[in-house]
Design a binder for this molecule. Structure first.
Ligand code: SF4
Length: 318
């Protein structure tokens, strides 16, 4: 089946099943194109809750599907490729969280949304890269154990010197590998460009930014800016939406090699097969796709604890 046929079949099945397709900015362009909504993980989990569809094909990594399922437990959330997982989402163990909790009486465990449900269940509050400053500044506790990403934690600590931060050593392998030298080369090539940096990048990159923010924040910033050129320091997938929204502006990736292999695992064929699976036509085209697709489930006790931390984010985020 060629790409056009696949897209056609996806549209037909989507309609038949009354399904919603959502996609993160980092998945392949052709998947962003067939999605009903494209956004960051928090936005997508809110959309899944707000929309009336009960069947959702979630094109993103596992922790994103988990958040959507936690917030909409009655809905069926299907991950088109169960191998699409984020290493950083698991970069802390529960034992370490308990050890740090035992050391401080006045402590808040603040967990970045890029984390597994199990980790979220041990946190006091969840944050995104957009609302982290706002939420942590409102916490009454002085000691903040920020998990799992060290770079977002360190970026935040600089903005909140009145708090005492304890860092974890987690990181995103895509953002961590962006180097100062690569950024300098791009600056020489595009001297008029503004530099937009994701806070998962190390400090020597964020220090050079004109703007530091989430993927959605970067898109808003560039769209509202009077500047015409931008160097983008995050995963290359976000360039698709940036260029679509701003056809008169130019966007340069700090390096085309900064690709998240986990997000890029998801293919159009996976999306089609997820819909076939949902339609219980498992053997269509002779393919049993049930070994790649995952019907997202989160253990009840974990889901309810993680939900409390997510609800706290909503309360403090307002
Ligand atoms: S870009 Fe980094 S943080 Fe995002 S899903 Fe990929 S590995 Fe995880």
């Amino acid at each position: 089946m060629d790409q056009q046929d696949l897209v056609q079949k996806i549209k037909q099945l989507k309609e038949k099943k009354h399904a919603l397709i959502v996609a993160h900015y980092y998945v392949e362009d052709e998947i962003q194109e067939i999605a009903d909504y494209v956004g960051d993980s928090y936005y997508l989990s809110k959309i899944c809750k707000q929309r009336e569809e009960n069947l959702i094909i979630f094109c993103g990594v596992a922790f994103m599907g988990e958040s959507a399922k936690i917030l909409s437990p009655q809905k069926r959330i299907i991950m088109p490729n169960k191998y699409s997982d984020c290493p950083m989402a698991h970069m802390i163990d529960i034992k370490k969280i308990e050890e740090v909790k035992a050391q401080y009486e006045d402590l808040a465990v603040v967990c970045y949304i890029n984390s597994s449900a199990q980790i979220k269940a041990h946190a006091d509050v969840i944050v995104t890269s957009s609302n982290a400053y706002h939420i942590v500044s409102k916490l009454k506790q002085k000691n903040i154990f920020f998990i799992p990403d060290q770079h977002l934690g360190r970026h935040l600590a600089k903005q909140l010197p009145e708090k005492h931060f304890i860092f974890n050593d987690g990181f995103c392998h895509v953002h961590t590998n962006i180097t100062k030298q690569e950024l300098e080369e791009q600056r020489k090539r595009h001297p008029l460009a503004e530099v937009l940096v994701h806070p998962e990048c190390p400090a020597d990159i964020t220090e050079q930014a004109d703007y530091i923010g989430s993927t959605a924040g970067m898109i808003n910033y560039a769209t509202n800016s009077s500047k015409l050129e931008f160097i983008i320091c995050t995963e290359v997938g976000v360039l698709h939406e940036l260029r679509k929204k701003n056809p008169n502006k130019q966007f340069f990736s700090v390096g085309e090699q900064f690709i998240c292999p986990n997000m890029k695992r998801i293919t159009l064929k996976n999306v089609y097969e997820a819909l076939v699976y949902a339609d219980e036509m498992k053997q269509e085209d002779g393919v049993d796709c049930s070994d790649v697709i995952k019907d997202m489930q989160v253990e009840e006790s974990i889901a309810r604890k993680a939900e409390c931390a997510l609800i706290k984010m909503h309360e403090l985020g307002e």
